[in-house]
Design a protein around this ligand. Structure first.
Ligand SMILES: CC(C)(COP(=O)(O)OP(=O)(O)OC[C@H]1O[C@@H](n2cnc3c(N)ncnc32)[C@H](O)[C@@H]1OP(=O)(O)O)[C@@H](O)C(=O)NCCC(=O)NCCS
Length: 206
């Protein structure tokens, strides 16, 4: 078992097919209500339809992939953009499309990957990592060193078409890690704040 990382556009085709299949399994685009839960895709399964890039290239997506003997066990993407908050501009990263192969969940692979993502963000010279997740997953990310920001809302979408993480029907928390001295100093200002992330229309919220 080992980690590999690539800009999303450079992920080898064999891995890309597997990752998209895992993503389609975790987030089916149009599931019929009576559909049974799909079984784990085999590495040799054909590529799902629309096997194109998932993320907005302007967010410089970097894929982190946990691989065991050619099989993708878990994967995520780090997205990046400047973030204006508290009178400063920070280089911010976020986690997106975090997924573990279904029959291998609960073995620590997801935690290993989201822990490695923190180190990867430091290597990318980001000031901080910040993202939202469903409240039930807060302990999962917390156990990997991501700290919850109490009362903080990330505002996705665009300034003209905002997509806040506290909209009706969402139950999300915001998690963060502060890497650089400037970010650590500003950390208290990220609590109980509404933060304009605005990653655009493709990755509306991370
Ligand atoms: C979330 C996910 C990536 C976790 O991967 P994993 O490899 O199973 O994670 P780990 O084995 O490292 O689990 C670590 C801990 O998180 C907990 N956890 C994992 N998924 C959870 C969930 N959906 N709800 C509550 N707790 C969860 C595990 O129980 C475990 O806790 P423990 O150490 O106290 O037993 C995986 O469940 C998954 O792919 N889910 C579907 C896609 C998804 O929801 N992604 C997150 C998008 S923000």
């Amino acid at each position: 078992m080992h980690l590999e990382s690539y800009p999303e556009g450079a992920v080898p085709q064999a891995f890309r097919h597997q990752i998209h299949a895992l993503q389609n399994q975790a987030w089916p685009s149009d599931p019929a209500p009576s559909d049974p839960a799909p079984s784990d895709p085999a590495p040799s399964d054909p590529a799902p339809p629309g096997d194109a890039l998932v993320h907005d290239p302007t967010l410089q997506p970097l894929s982190l992939i946990l691989v065991d003997d050619g099989v993708v066990v878990a994967a995520l993407d780090i997205l990046r953009k400047p973030l204006h908050h508290a009178g400063n501009t920070f280089q911010a990263g976020g986690l997106s499309t975090v997924v573990t192969r279904r029959h291998l969940r609960g073995r620590g692979y997801g935690r290993h990957l989201v822990t490695a993502a923190r180190t990867a963000m430091i290597d990318l010279h980001l000031d901080l990592g910040i993202f939202t997740c469903d409240r039930v997953l807060q302990p999962f990310y917390g156990s990997a060193g991501w700290q919850p920001l109490p009362g903080t809302v990330l505002i996705g979408g665009t300034p003209d078409d905002p997509f806040p993480s506290d909209q009706p029907g969402f139950d999300k928390v915001t998690l963060a890690a502060f890497f650089t001295p400037a970010a650590r100093e500003a950390a208290p200002k990220f609590h109980h704040a509404r933060i304009p992330l605005h990653p655009g229309h493709i990755d509306k919220l991370w």
